[in-house]
Ligand binder design. Sequence first.
Ligand SMILES: [Zn+2]
Length: 125
Amino acid sequence: MHTDNCPFCAIPDDDILEENEHALAVRDRSPVSEGHILIITKRHVGDFFELSTKERISTLMLLEKMKQETDRQLQPDGYNIGMNIGEAAGQKIFHVHIHLIPRMKEQTVNGERFVKGVIRHMMSY
Ligand SMILES: [Zn+2]
């Protein structure tokens, strides 16, 4: 199923960093940290829990691949992985996407504020 209004159904080929059978990876357009990536399902489906087992495995394998790629490129100190499922959870684009957010120790020196910032950012999706 394809939805005309859905930005994740119309990702230009040039923006795709990596892909596999059921998922693709792109840079977040408003990153909360350097290297913030989205893993997006190829099928237009809103809810992670509605994915088939194959789609779920594919999506998580791409997440892992991009994590390894990010490890090599940025050597971050940690990661946030995030997903909003449902309007009540702050989901705005009803097409499954997982945030992969590299974190550096320097960003957490002022700790709490930054962490809250990430959560607020994710709520806007
Ligand atoms: Zn879509």
